[in-house]
Design a protein around this ligand. Structure first.
Ligand SMILES: NC(=O)c1ccc[n+]([C@@H]2O[C@H](COP(=O)([O-])OP(=O)(O)OC[C@H]3O[C@@H](n4cnc5c(N)ncnc54)[C@H](O)[C@@H]3O)[C@@H](O)[C@H]2O)c1
Length: 340
C-alpha cells in the first residue's frame, strides 16, 4: 500500500520553511518534501520525508508516485524573478515545464485514488504589468483581471501556469470521446513581496525589503537597489502560510475563481527604511537604484484588490504593517542573529 501524503516541491525555500514548520505542529498528514537541495537540518518532524531531486526529472517523479499516494500538492519550486531574467530559457523550463509535470502527476494521482488532488500554486504580483508610474498611481488596488501584461519572464511564466491550472481543472481534454475531469483542483494565490524573519530571500525583485531588514539586524550597511518611491504590496511570512493553508481548506463550492489576490500592506522602499530604522536605529541604509530592477518594481501594482479572497474564503491577514514589524519581524530577526 502506498502512503497518502501531501507533496511540497521547493520545500527548502522560504515558503517551504514556513509551511513545513506549520505542518510540524498542525497537520496529521505525512509530508513529502522535494527540493533540488537537501532539506535544512532545522526542518524535521516525525511525519516528514525529505527527497532531493529536480521537478524536471521524470525518474524523480516516478520514484515519488511509486512510494506515495498524493492528495495535496503545494507546488513551490520555481526560479524567481531576478534570476529568471538572467537565464530566461532555464526559468521557462523550471517554471512552466516543471509546473506542467506536477499537473500531470496530479492528474495521474487523482485517477489512481479516485479523489481530487488539491494543487496549491503560489503565483505573484509579477503577473501584472503597468506601463508607467503615473498609470500605476491611478490604478490603485489592482483587480485580478486587470493589467495582466507582465514584463518579466517570471511574470509570464506565472500567468501562463495559472491558465494551465484552470485548463487542467475545468477544461481538460474537452474534445476527447471519453472526456472526464482531470481530478486536479487548482488553487492559486497571487502573493505580494513576502518578508520572513527566519530566512533570507534570494533571486526575487521584492527582496529589497527583507534584505534591508536582515542587513540592519546584522549591523551591516545596505544599499537598496530601487528608488525610495518604489512601492509594492508586502506580506509577513506567517500570513502567506495562513493564506495557502486557508485556501487549501476552503470549500470548493465557495470558490468563484481559481486564482486570488492576497495582500497585507503596501509600502514604498523609503517607508520600509523608516520601519527598519524604528526597529534598528543604527541601521545604515542608502539608495543606489539599479535602473532595470527598479523598472520591474515600477511595473508591479502599488497594491492589489483582495476582496474576492475575503468574500469567498474569509481571507484576512493577521499582520498589518505595525504588527508585522513590531511583533514579528524585528523581534524574531533580532533573536535570530543574537543566537548566531
Ligand atoms: N518569496 C516571495 O516573495 C514570493 C512572492 C510571490 C510568489 N512566490 C512564489 O512562491 C514559491 C516559493 O517561493 P520562495 O520564496 O520559497 O522561493 P525560494 O527561492 O526561497 O525557494 C524555491 C525553492 O525551489 C527549489 N527549486 C528550484 N528549482 C527546482 C527544481 N527544478 N526542482 C526542485 N526544486 C527546485 C529551490 O532549491 C528552492 O529551495 C515560488 O513559486 C515563488 O515564485 C514567492
Amino acid at each position: 500500500m502506498r502512503k497518502p501524503v501531501i507533496l511540497i516541491t521547493g520545500a527548502n525555500g522560504e515558503i517551504g520553511h514556513g509551511l513545513i514548520e506549520y505542518f510540524s505542529t498542525s497537520e496529521t498528514h505525512d509530508i513529502v518534501a522535494l527540493d533540488l537541495k537537501p532539506l535544512d537540518d532545522s526542518l524535521t518532524g516525525p511525519n516528514l520525508r525529505s527527497m532531493q531531486g529536480d521537478i524536471l526529472d521524470d525518474h524523480v517523479m516516478q520514484r515519488i508516485v511509486s512510494e506515495f499516494e498524493i492528495h495535496v500538492i503545494y507546488h513551490l519550486a520555481a526560479m524567481l524573478s531576478t534570476r529568471a531574467e538572467y537565464t530566461p530559457d532555464v526559468a521557462h523550463d523550471v517554471n512552466v515545464n516543471g509546473t506542467l509535470n506536477l499537473l500531470k502527476l496530479a492528474t495521474e494521482q487523482a485517477r489512481w485514488h479516485g479523489t481530487p488532488v488539491k494543487f496549491l500554486f503560489p503565483s505573484s504580483i509579477a503577473v501584472y504589468g503597468l506601463p508607467d508610474v503615473a498609470t500605476k498611481a491611478d490604478a490603485g488596488k489592482v483587480r485580478e483581471r486587470d493589467w495582466n501584461v507582465p514584463t518579466t519572464m517570471y511574470g509570464c511564466n506565472k500567468l501562463y501556469c495559472e491558465q494551465l491550472g484552470r485548463y487542467y481543472s475545468d477544461h481538460f481534454r474537452q474534445l476527447a470521446a471519453d472526456r472526464s475531469p482531470s481530478g486536479v483542483d487548482f488553487r492559486g494565490l497571487r502573493f505580494p513581496g513576502l518578508i520572513s524573519a527566519k530566512t533570507m530571500p534570494a533571486g526575487g525583485t521584492s527582496d529589497f525589503a527583507p534584505e534591508m531588514l536582515h542587513a540592519a539586524a546584522q549591523g551591516q550597511p545596505y544599499a537598496c537597489f530601487v528608488e525610495q518611491s518604489a512601492r509594492i504590496p508586502f506580506m509577513a511570512m506567517p500570513d502567506a502560510i495562513k493564506a495557502l493553508v486557508d485556501l487549501a481548506h476552503a470549500d470548493v463550492k465557495q470558490l468563484s475563481r481559481r486564482v486570488y489576490n492576497v495582500s497585507s500592506f503596501s509600502l514604498s522602499a523609503g517607508e520600509v527604511r523608516e520601519m527598519v530604522l524604528k526597529a534598528f536605529p543604527q541601521a545604515e541604509i542608502t539608495f543606489e537604484p539599479d535602473r532595470q530592477r527598479n523598472n520591474i518594481v515600477d511595473s508591479w501594482p502599488a497594491d492589489v484588490d483582495d476582496s474576492a479572497a475575503t468574500k469567498d474564503w474569509g481571507w484576512k491577514p493577521d499582520y498589518d504593517v505595525r504588527r508585522a514589524f513590531e511583533e514579528y519581524l524585528a523581534p524574531t530577526i533580532g533573536e535570530k542573529y543574537r543566537q548566531g
